[in-house]
Design a protein around this ligand. Structure first.
Ligand code: FES
Ligand SMILES: [Fe+2]
Length: 319
């Protein structure tokens, strides 16, 4: 399921991946529960109708002499990039207006897959990317050492006080023709008993491409380079599925990227407690230092259109 739609994804025998509506237009069986690939079609498990991945047209009904011209299942624009199958969703049905860039090092095999995580978050999709422009929360929420974990009752405990993260971050939107992208540059360092530990120095160059895909490129001073690909997929209006996949330099022991992914997730899960419990404020009370949050909201507004689903207003409701 994605964006409230039930979908079926399949790879035809010639290797091309397709996404179609999961429910068969014949009698509504779910193509993704027992369906089978036949050539470049998907075959419904109920009565065996076959639908082409390319245009959704029904090409075969095992017990009928003629296939009606109008028999087809809806198809969705998708692409396979960097080991992911990505789906384009537009409320007005407009075709893709930009493409997802390939990460050269993943394509060449220089960087290899070293693990992934999956989280479900009860929040509006916009809360998650907005974090990138919220530099003030870095020191407060993400400052306490990761040894303190992600349970916000204990992260500030004296026990873990000896370790701290120091963040420097800057967010900005890209210009035409890449106005659907934005950047975040993060410099991370850490101190233990007040002393700088260079082993933890990390530069993260983040690029958000569209509303739900983020490339986080990690550069460690002497422990190699790699990337975390983050996808935020709305399942329902206030339920997001977030996947982090890490690819890292092949010649670096897997323990390094696994540690980076673990550390990223401890920090991410701190944000999750905030997101899972917060309210979206259309008019937040901001100070001058928070100005990039407003810039981010203006940037993100481009991903809504006329028919975008609107949530009931959360403020000003009288009993
Ligand atoms: S429901 Fe799919 S073939 Fe009948
Ligand atoms: Fe955060």
């Amino acid at each position: 399921m994605s964006a409230g739609e039930q979908l079926a994804a399949f790879r035809s025998q010639d290797g091309q991946a397709y996404v179609v509506d999961a429910y068969c237009p014949h009698l509504g069986a779910n193509l993704s529960a027992g369906g089978r690939v036949v050539g470049n079609c998907i075959e419904c498990p109920f009565h065996g109708w076959q639908f082409q991945g390319e245009d959704g047209k029904c090409t075969h009904i095992p017990y009928a002499g003629k296939v009606p011209e109008f028999a087809r299942v809806r198809t969705w624009p998708s692409c396979e990039v960097n080991g992911m199958l990505l789906l384009w969703y537009h409320c007005e049905g407009i075709s893709p207006t930009w493409a997802v860039p390939e990460q050269r090092e993943i394509v060449t095999g220089e960087w290899v897959f070293r693990g992934q995580t999956e989280h479900f978050i009860d929040a509006h999709i916009q809360e998650i990317p907005e974090n990138a422009a919220d530099s003030a929360h870095l020191a407060f929420l993400h400052g306490p050492g990761i040894l303190g974990g992600s349970d916000l009752r204990y992260t500030r405990s004296k026990l873990w006080d000896f370790m701290k993260h120091i963040w420097k971050a800057e967010w900005w939107p890209e210009l035409e023709p890449n106005e659907h992208c934005s950047r975040l540059l993060v410099q991370h360092s850490a101190t233990v008993f007040g002393k700088h530990v260079s082993l933890m120095d990390l530069t993260v160059s983040v690029r958000q491409v569209g509303p739900g895909l983020v490339f986080l490129i990690f550069e460690h001073a002497f422990l190699g380079h790699g990337i975390i690909l983050q996808t935020v997929t709305p399942l329902e209006p206030l339920l997001q599925n977030v996947v982090h996949k890490i690819y890292y330099q092949k010649n670096i022991p897997a323990i390094i990227p696994k540690f980076i992914l673990r550390a990223e997730c401890i920090q991410f899960e701190r944000d999750m407690t905030i997101w899972n419990n917060k309210q979206y404020l259309p008019k937040p009370l901001l100070v001058r230092e928070d100005s990039s949050i407003q810039k981010h909201r203006r940037w993100y507004a481009q991903f809504y259109s006329e028919k975008s689903m609107r949530l009931p207003v959360q403020e000003g409701l009288d009993w």
